[in-house]
Design a protein around this ligand. Structure first.
Ligand SMILES: C[S@@+](CC[C@H](N)C(=O)[O-])C[C@H]1O[C@@H](n2cnc3c(N)ncnc32)[C@H](O)[C@@H]1O
Length: 304
């Protein structure tokens, strides 16, 4: 495929997960299988890795990476919110740990025809799961100006949301907006030049907002966290790696509810203990080696 996804915070994640031989782990955002392989090494010779991933291209990459582990790997093409049904179908009642490495893999980001990349020219697609219908082009061409503005400000925290939404609506009255570069240009023109961010492309937040909405990322994260912990054995851990503040805020908030026992069926006792009081972030060396890691934040909690 030509693109290599470098897993982030590998040592830090493995230390927190405390894998041991024979254990069963879920990697709920399998991607190319980089983290999963590390888990499998540490749970050898008979530990099991249940991998969930909804992107077909990522799954074929993961299958290649994890081939040497044979029957110890079970891969499912699913949205990770279906973890409970999936475990039930396998007759698995308890697991030793869960990893959730959110966001995009380089396999997705760097393939121009997936429409995630700001740099390349591609269709305005942005679906991680190619079986779904809604694309970024649908949002850009069909949402009302008000909904567009809401989307950009809510999911992109874009201060110029109103101007960008207006520019999009003006442009699409003439021609539908169908490519990444067409959208990027509209956003660039909508933001006053003197307010261009210094280190990132001015269209970054718009792209992030559309991607989150196309893939329903925040709602999926919330649903996954609300059910996933129930399958952990006592002492079992969940690690979540997030890449922007909207995700991290949800993780932090749900961890707090777990600790306070503010959870359905908990009888107001804490169900999880937070292990990382502050998020773990990549070292200077990792940031240099893998710029994609720069915004990564790792949080971990343990089943009481
Ligand atoms: C950052 S990558 C994971 C990379 C992986 N840890 C590795 O080392 O190769 C995140 C992956 O999660 C997948 N993903 C995101 N949301 C998902 C969901 N709701 N259900 C299943 N997979 C999801 C994406 O398609 C992507 O491949």
């Amino acid at each position: 495929m030509g693109f290599q996804h470098i897993p982030v915070l590998v040592e830090e994640t493995m230390t927190l997960l405390r894998c041991e031989p024979g254990q069963t782990y879920v990697d709920a955002a399998l991607g190319g299988g980089g983290h999963a392989l590390e888990i499998l090494k540490r749970t050898a010779p008979d530990g099991i890795l249940i991998g969930i991933e909804w992107d077909e291209e990522a799954i074929s990459e993961a299958k290649k990476t994890l081939m040497p582990c044979g029957e110890r790997v079970k891969i499912f093409r699913e949205n990770f919110i279906h973890l409970p049904d999936l475990l039930k179908s396998m007759n698995v009642e308890q697991i030793d740990g869960i990893l959730l490495d959110l966001g995009l893999s380089s396999l997705q980001l760097e393939k121009e025809d997936r429409g995630f990349s700001l740099r390349g020219e591609g269709p305005l697609d942005m679906r991680m799961d190619q079986r779904t219908d809604l694309t970024a082009a649908d949002l850009v061409n069909q949402l009302s100006q008000r909904e567009l503005e809401y989307t950009l400000s809510e999911y992109g925290e874009e201060r110029w949301a109103r101007r960008i939404a207006k520019a999009i609506v003006r442009e699409r009255e003439r021609n539908p907006i169908t490519t990444t570069q067409a959208l990027r240009k509209i956003v660039h023109q909508a933001i006053p030049r003197r307010f261009y961010p210094r280190k990132i492309d001015p269209a970054t937040k718009t792209f992030q907002a559309l991607r989150i909405r196309v893939n329903d990322e925040l709602e999926n994260l919330r649903r996954m966290l609300e059910t996933g912990w129930r399958f952990l054995r006592g002492g079992g851990r969940i690690c979540v790696i997030s890449f922007h503040s909207l995700e991290d805020r949800i993780v932090k908030q749900i961890f707090r509810e777990w600790e306070r026992g503010n959870v359905e069926g908990s009888g107001s006792e804490g169900v999880m203990r937070v292990i990382t009081k502050k998020p773990v972030t990549p070292s200077e060396e990792e940031r240099r080696r893998n710029p994609r890691s720069r915004s990564a934040k790792l949080r971990c909690a343990e089943r009481v």
